[in-house]
Design a protein around this ligand. Structure first.
Ligand SMILES: [Mg+2]
Ligand SMILES: [Zn+2]
Length: 184
């Protein structure tokens, strides 16, 4: 049977928002990100990172540079005991009209194929409205974190009944709450 996943945005959700980070030195874990991910890991769902990296398509940095940044995130998380099951990125610029740039669900479709994920029982946690829209597009539960850019969409999210959390630690509490509701 297919399993739920926790889909995670990267920039502004796991690491400090740096606007097109292109070098490993720019990578810094957000406060409470590792603690939140460790709490989320207790549910046993795989973590899947879904990250728009249009800096590649825009020519701001190369695939190799993007790989180096991602490797640094992976290294910092590993040091905190956090393992990401799968990393996906959309490398395209908006004008390329791809199917993987969030809020389009291409990356989640890849996870369904690669990891046998059931998106309708999954969560998407991110700091942008496109992350919330991505969740809605695949029937997952979206959670907006106000780290990164999240503050600007917080009011809209609350109005529409989307959970708004201050960081991944709070988001882990929201996931636990929602899972308990579903099992009640
Ligand atoms: Mg983000
Ligand atoms: Zn794409």
């Amino acid at each position: 049977m297919s399993s739920p996943a926790i889909f995670l945005d990267r920039d502004g959700t796991i690491i400090v928002e740096r606007n097109y980070p292109s070098h490993p030195d720019q990578v810094e874990l957000l406060d409470a990100a590792a603690a939140g991910l460790r709490a989320l890991a207790k549910h046993g769902f795989p973590f899947v990172v879904v990250s728009n990296q249009s800096g590649i398509g825009r020519g701001y940095f190369s695939v190799d540079e993007a790989d180096a940044v991602e490797a640094r995130v992976r290294e910092l998380l590993a040091g905190e005991g956090v393992v990401i099951a799968k990393w996906y990125r959309c490398p395209h610029a908006p004008h390329e009209d791809c199917g993987c740039r969030k809020p389009l669900p291409g990356m989640i479709h890849w996870a369904v194929r690669d990891l046998d994920i059931d998106p309708s029982r999954s969560f998407v946690i991110g700091d942008k409205w496109s992350d919330v829209e991505l969740a809605a597009a695949v029937g997952a539960v979206g959670i907006l974190v106000t780290t990164g850019h999240g503050q600007s969409d917080a009011d809209r999210a609350r109005r529409l009944g989307v959970a708004v959390c201050r960081n991944l630690l709070e988001a882990s509490e929201e996931v636990a709450r929602q899972l308990a509701l579903n099992n009640a």
